[in-house]
Ligand binder design. Structure first.
Ligand SMILES: [Zn+2]
Ligand SMILES: [Zn+2]
Length: 290
């Protein structure tokens, strides 16, 4: 994961995990996800975590969230949009990118769980933003040359689902396909590096889509929530087979991958390729090819 001999004309990509279900010693952990992306001199925040680990860990790591030029939201679940209000209170210029609609009521599949959509405070903060800072996309979009976000991901294969059934209503009648789920990618000298939020669209579906959009088939690395928490043995087996076929340099399961599935992934694909993500982890993702 080391950056090759530096080339001043190219932007290097560095991803620092700021909120995750696991954390380095001295950092907070929570059920949520957020990552800080540095692309050359630009700063992109990807998701805002759940309960405030983002702000605490950013401060501990010397990362100033005011420096974010862009905020990309992977989807409107509360473990990715919690503290959006706090972020917007301190950052008055970052432009927001998300797919479809993220500020809707939604519910978890567990009957005892309360609403799982964006928290009310975050919703209000989003609604108060000027339209010029808010971009809801319905198709893939390049934020900069070599830096893309997928928008809604086509669900084409038969073995992946949203990872549990989610709903739009409290009575759990109307199924939520989480059509707003999106991921981000970087086109580096050594192939695609992909950053996932929860990956409700499915890992294989997501990577296939990014390969198609970018025209790059080589997958250098994947980092983020892979939502294999509830995956059965058959799905895990098929997923690991697809992942092995990527021949990636690094695979970093985080957040909703689930520790049991992440451990199986490491045992199946290899400990030299698979490492467990955690808040505080830094991924030197290489240089953008340009
Ligand atoms: Zn989710
Ligand atoms: Zn999540």
């Amino acid at each position: 994961m080391t950056v090759k001999e530096s080339d001043v004309s190219k932007d290097s990509v560095k991803i620092t995990l700021l909120a995750d279900n696991e954390a380095s010693e001295g950092l907070e952990k929570e059920h949520g996800f957020a990552a800080w992306v540095e692309v050359g001199s630009r700063h992109i925040l990807f998701d805002t975590g759940h309960m405030g680990a983002l702000q605490g860990n950013a401060a501990r790591l010397g990362i100033n969230l005011k420096d974010a030029d862009l905020l990309v939201i992977s989807h409107g679940h509360r473990d990715h949009t919690g503290t959006l209000d706090k972020f917007l209170a301190e950052n008055n210029h970052a432009e927001l990118y998300f797919a479809n609609q993220i500020d809707i009521e939604r519910f978890w599949y567990k009957p005892d769980a309360d609403t799982y959509g964006m928290p009310e405070e975050s919703r209000q903060a989003l609604a108060a933003l000027p339209a010029s800072r808010v971009h809801s996309i319905a198709a893939p979009h390049y934020l900069a040359p070599g830096v893309g976000i997928t928008g809604p991901v086509p669900r084409l294969n038969s073995f992946e689902d949203t990872g549990g059934t989610f709903y739009f209503d409290k009575n759990r009648v109307t199924v939520d396909g989480i059509e707003d789920d999106q991921s981000m990618w970087f086109e580096t000298d050594d192939g695609l590096v992909v950053l996932l939020g929860c990956c409700h669209s499915g890992l294989s579906n997501t990577i296939d889509y990014i390969r198609k959009i970018s025209g790059i088939s080589k997958v250098r690395g994947v980092v983020g929530g892979m939502h294999l928490l509830q995956a059965n043995e058959q799905r895990l087996e098929q997923t690991f087979e697809v992942m092995t076929g990527w021949n990636a340099d690094f695979l970093i399961p985080c957040h909703c991958t689930g520790m049991a599935s992440a451990i199986k992934m490491r045992a199946t694909i290899g400990s030299e390729i698979v490492s467990h993500g955690h808040a505080g982890m830094v991924v030197e993702a290489g240089q953008l090819r340009q």
